[in-house]
Design a protein around this ligand. Structure first.
Ligand code: AMP
Length: 234
């Protein structure tokens, strides 16, 4: 049976606000895209928004570029401004899945304030829990369709025809420049130092859902969907 793209599957009155937490390579982007399709929510990836700003050559993009290449975190000020801007777009009224935001306590507090302005709050912070070693392998093999953004992997998810996107048929696969061994080590270090404390932050607010994210993409998707359904029923 095909899933219809409707928010009616999410049993909540207010538009859901979900956060995907986890180190680089944990599968946040992949799971966010699946939730987006399944529930008709909007995926908000600050990584994607920053890459777009870099490509545009905006002031924020120029400032972010160097930091992203090194694997560090872009300043809270820039990222919060970019997110605030995107959240003001009308499509986000359907509900959002935040992928890669917040990454610091300052960002988490700013998000709480931003949502409070429109009478909203976080329904669930889903923590995708994985081993660092597996992350390096996952990141090293991943690539996306440059046209539609569908994600692929050399070992876990190959397109049916090599180099051709299953979803849109384009032959324009891209690998991220920061998916190299050195930068990945920095990104993992930044995660443990600055982002992992958010697990406690959301646990204390009763919003945390921990998920074992070492299984297959589909297994993890099933568990994530269950967690979302449970969180939005409250
Ligand atoms: P991602 O696509 O989520 O892996 O993010 C790629 C890079 O963008 C990260 O390594 C950071 O340099 C930057 N970035 C993305 N989201 C954030 C955020 N919320 N705070 C700070 N830096 C971010």
């Amino acid at each position: 049976m095909t899933e219809s793209k409707t928010t009616a599957n999410v049993a909540t009155l207010a538009p859901p606000v979900l956060i995907l937490l986890g180190p680089p390579g944990a599968g946040k982007g992949t799971q966010a895209r699946m939730l987006e399709k399944r529930y008709g929510l909007v995926q908000l990836s600050t990584g994607d928004l920053l890459r777009a700003a870099v490509a545009e050559g905006s002031e924020a993009g120029k400032a972010a570029d160097k930091v992203m290449k090194s694997g560090g975190l872009v300043s809270d000020e820039i990222v919060i401004a970019i997110l605030r801007d995107r959240l003001s777009d009308p499509d986000t009224a359907k509900g959002v899945i935040l992928d890669g935001f917040p990454r610091t306590t300052v960002q988490a507090e700013a998000l709480d304030e931003l949502l409070a302005e429109s009478g909203q709050k976080i329904d669930a912070a889903i923590s995708l829990e994985v081993d660092d070693e597996a992350m390096v392998h996952r990141i090293a093999g991943r690539y996306t369709c440059g046209e539609c953004g569908e994600g692929y992997h050399d070992s876990f998810k190959k397109p049916k025809v090599d180099g051709v996107c299953d979803v849109c048929g384009a032959s324009n696969m891209k690998r991220r420049s920061d998916d190299n061994a050195e930068t990945v080590a920095e990104r993992l270090a930044a995660y443990h130092k600055q982002t992992a404390p958010l697990i406690t932050y959301y646990e204390q607010r009763g919003a945390l859902q921990r998920i074992d994210a070492m299984g297959s993409i589909d297994e993890i998707a099933t568990t994530v969907s269950r967690a979302v359904a449970e969180a939005t029923r409250k």
